[in-house]
Design a protein around this ligand. Structure first.
Ligand SMILES: Cc1cc2nc3c(=O)[nH]c(=O)nc-3n(C[C@H](O)[C@H](O)[C@H](O)COP(=O)(O)O)c2cc1C
Length: 213
């Protein structure tokens, strides 16, 4: 990924002391690259926390599909519970837990929808079966039987048998622009290392703090 939001990773972070990092995106990029090598599956899986209109938190896993200094992107259905919650309260928390590395990253920030062009471009990279599934699923709505879903899949597979599958209008992506990060690394006897980075605005300087475990 190159462009104005490209992450530059200081070489000294790659094997050095992570608490010496002076900004969070480069450190995230290093840890994510290590997770890609170490995790048995889905190193890009992250818990996404939202709140409903009563302020009751809601959390589920999604897959990170891109990140740069503009934010962290995932894709889903607009009318799903998360889609509706984000429309009402465009703020979210993300959590990565890389078990084999004994590391955790927390991210909090404001959320915007990706552009239609960005969503179209990502949708076009998905396997055709997944594209058809996106048309067939009314995500998070009650489903009377598995058979009803299979029927919707078969109908859409027939409809889009020839040619490319367009992106359903109710399917898109969201970008979380971080205003806070926390990096946590396990140390023996629960004497873990934790650092946070916070900033008041997207163009403000990051402020770093070390925390007790
Ligand atoms: C590892 C993992 C990754 C997932 N990735 C996604 C994803 O990228 N997008 C998505 O819509 N659902 C994904 N899901 C399913 C969601 O966790 C969830 O069941 C679904 O999106 C409906 O959530 P909602 O009712 O809160 O909107 C994933 C589930 C798991 C376990």
């Amino acid at each position: 990924m190159t462009g104005p939001n490209t992450i530059k990773t200081p070489a000294e972070l790659i094997s050095g002391d992570f608490t010496a990092a002076d900004e969070p995106f480069g450190l995230f990029a290093v840890w994510f690259a290590e997770a890609v090598k170490s995790e048995p599956n889905d190193p890009n899986a992250m818990a996404l926390a939202t709140v409903d209109p009563d302020g009751l938190p809601d959390v589920r896993m999604v897959l990170l599909k891109g990140f740069d200094t503009a934010g962290f992107v995932f894709y889903s259905h607009i009318d799903s519970a998360k889609g509706r919650e984000l429309a009402a309260t465009p703020k979210a928390g993300l959590l990565f837990h890389w078990k084999s590395l004994r590391r955790q990253v927390r991210i909090r920030g404001t959320v915007t929808r990706v552009t239609d062009a960005e969503a179209d471009a990502y949708f076009a990279t998905r396997p055709k079966q997944a594209q058809i599934g996106a048309w067939a699923s009314k995500q998070s709505q009650p489903l009377e039987s598995r058979m009803a879903f299979e029927k919707a899949i078969a109908l859409n597979a027939a409809k889009y048998a020839l040619g490319e599958v367009p992106r359903p209008p109710g399917w898109s992506g969201w970008r979380i622009a971080p205003q806070a990060f926390e990096f946590w690394h396990d140390r023996p006897f629960r004497l873990h290392d934790r650092i946070t980075f916070t900033r008041a605005a997207p163009d403000a300087e990051w402020s770093k703090t070390r925390l007790y475990p």
